[in-house]
Design a protein around this ligand. Structure first.
Ligand code: PAF
Length: 266
């Protein structure tokens, strides 16, 4: 990386937790097209998991991740062990407030502090000019954008649109943990979000749109809706009327697998 920087090359980073899929591939392609030297980081960050069980079962497959990254023209894969990222007791962390209180922040205490802290570390390590993040994790994207602005970090954050299966299911490393039955009902999440989006576009209120979306999911076998909200796209706070762009965002449990997704309505 130092050599690339010395030659005046721009550096792009794609931070990931591995188990790479087509969604990550799209981030890498965008980085490849937008910068001269592409670094993919693969690090399952323990401090962003609120449940140890989730950390333990997070899929890991470094050899496949390296092969996929290389096939897409990645210049370097940075996959540090936990002891390298956190050699000593961590006494400094990045806590983005406000936009982290609702949605994911409400149900995953400490999650965004862990994300912001590790992303700040990775941006510092890689010294990236640009960092690429998927819109599937819309709140995470908003948190990282705010952190970079507030702390004057010198990396540009580039949002990349969610990649979906042909049935609408947003790609996620967690999809591979679904049973065939769970996989067959998982696309209902996007269907529900789309129903809310259509309702908003047709002039219905956020409350009405939310009801439409919940109807799509009602009674689905093995599915529990943790939240389904219509939130201001900038501050991620639920709204009861449309005054600007919103995200319809949801988190559902399918058995023991938690899926999140969102759509933007502007
Ligand atoms: O989105 C992810 O995969 C992770 O939250 C990230 C941004 C790599 C930080 O660990």
């Amino acid at each position: 990386m130092k050599a690339a920087r010395g030659q005046g090359k721009t550096i792009g980073v794609v931070p990931t937790m591995g188990a790479l899929h087509e969604g990550h591939a799209e981030l890498i392609r965008r980085a490849r097209a937008g910068t001269d030297y592409v670094v993919v980081t693969v690090f399952v960050n323990p401090i962003q998991f609120d449940r140890k069980e989730d950390l333990d079962k997070y899929p890991r497959d470094l050899a496949t991740d390296v092969a996929l990254s290389e096939s897409l023209g990645t210049d370097a894969v940075f996959a540090p062990p936990v002891e390298e990222m956190y050699p000593d007791e961590l006494m400094t962390s990045v806590d983005v407030t406000g936009i982290t209180t609702r949605l994911e922040g409400e149900y995953r205490p400490g999650h965004f502090k862990g994300v912001a802290t590790v992303v700040a570390k990775l941006l510092n390590i890689v010294q990236a000019d640009r960092a690429y993040f998927g819109e599937k994790d819309a709140q995470q994207l908003a948190v990282i954008q705010k952190m970079v602005t507030d702390l004057n970090l010198p990396s540009e954050i580039v949002p990349v649109e969610t990649v979906r299966e042909s049935d609408g299911l947003a790609l996620s490393s967690r999809n591979r943990l679904l049973t065939p039955d769970q996989r067959s009902v998982a696309p209902l999440v996007y269907k529900a979000l789309s129903a809310a989006r259509d309702a908003l576009r047709s002039g219905k209120t956020p409350v009405e749109a939310r009801t439409e979306a919940l109807k799509v999911l009602a009674g689905t076998q093995d599915m529990t809706v943790q939240y389904l909200e219509i939130a201001d796209a900038a501050n991620m706070m639920p709204v009861d009327r449309m005054t600007g762009p919103v995200r319809v965002a949801a988190a559902v449990w399918l058995g023991k697998v938690r899926l999140i997704d969102n759509v933007l309505v502007s």
